[in-house]
Design a binder for this molecule. Structure first.
Ligand code: PGA
Length: 255
């Protein structure tokens, strides 16, 4: 049985004070949740204050990116040792916004995953197709290339440590969610890719999150799909009530 994992991607939002408040409210609302892993990913500048709030609670800290070198002349970057220093345990890698606006490629995603694993950070590796790719019938080709190239060179043990997030780009921030069947189809496909690269037993242990307009109302139906093991939540993670409701709705899912 794979434990569900819900991660909040706060993107470029919240001052330190606002982030601390949101984390405080969320920690209170989900303090009794044990059956679901809960992660929040604030902006770099709020990681430290949020860690002060969630330390020793069931809410874990994630970052939104990581550079592949540890230190040096890399202006504007943040590295694994610096994230570890703040108590970060997870890191989102290859989010579609990084791919669309900041030149992220499967090759750079691969290097960032390596850096995360080297520093014992759990990578949340994002894949997903654009609307035009889906409409052209190319969604599965795109996902296959993203999986193969991003995960190239990692051992089974290493891939087992990762979380994959399937985020159809057309569903991110649009209010348009993939239907549970559409999402399940791609999740199964991703698991099959991992199986081909590694083994069936190993592929069964990897958690694959869905992301794209997840809200309290659609959580249970999405999570009840056999290959959906959690969610990466953007907009709805910025309100403690909505994010807590998503987490609690997961607790009602029977697989
Ligand atoms: P959304 O974002 O929930 O606002 O659609 C998801 C994401 O980008 O991770």
């Amino acid at each position: 049985m794979r434990k569900l994992i819900i991660a909040g991607n706060w993107k470029l939002n919240k001052t330190s004070a606002e982030a601390a408040n949101l984390a405080t409210e969320l920690k209170r609302e989900v303090s009794d949740v044990m059956d679901v892993d809960v992660v929040i990913c604030p902006v770099f500048t709020a990681l430290s204050v949020v860690q002060d709030v969630v330390m020793e609670s069931n809410v874990k800290l994630g970052a939104q990116n990581i550079y592949w070198e540890d230190a040096g002349a890399f202006t504007g970057e943040v590295s694994g040792p610096l994230l570890k220093d703040l108590g970060v345990e997870y890191v989102i890698i290859g989010h579609s916004e990084r791919r669309q606006f900041f030149g992220e490629t499967n090759a750079t995603v691969n290097k960032r995953i390596r850096a995360a694993l080297n520093h014992n950070l759990t990578p949340i590796v994002c894949v997903g197709e654009l609307l035009e790719e889906r409409e052209a019938g190319k969604a599965f080709d795109v996902i296959q290339t993203q999986c193969t190239e991003s995960l190239a060179g990692f051992s089974s043990e290493e891939v087992q440590k990762m979380i994959i997030a399937y985020e159809p780009v057309w569903a991110i921030g649009t209010g348009k969610t993939a239907s549970p069947e559409q999402a399940q189809e791609v999740h199964k496909f991703i698991r099959d890719q991992i199986m081909k690269l590694h083994s069936e037993d190993m592929a069964q242990t990897v958690r694959i999150q869905y992301g794209g307009s997840v809200k309290p109302e659609n959580t249970a139906e999405l999570m009840s799909q056999p290959d959906i093991d959690g969610a990466l939540v953007g907009g709805a993670s910025l309100k403690s009530e909505a994010f807590a409701a998503i987490i609690k709705n997961c607790c009602t899912v029977n697989k």
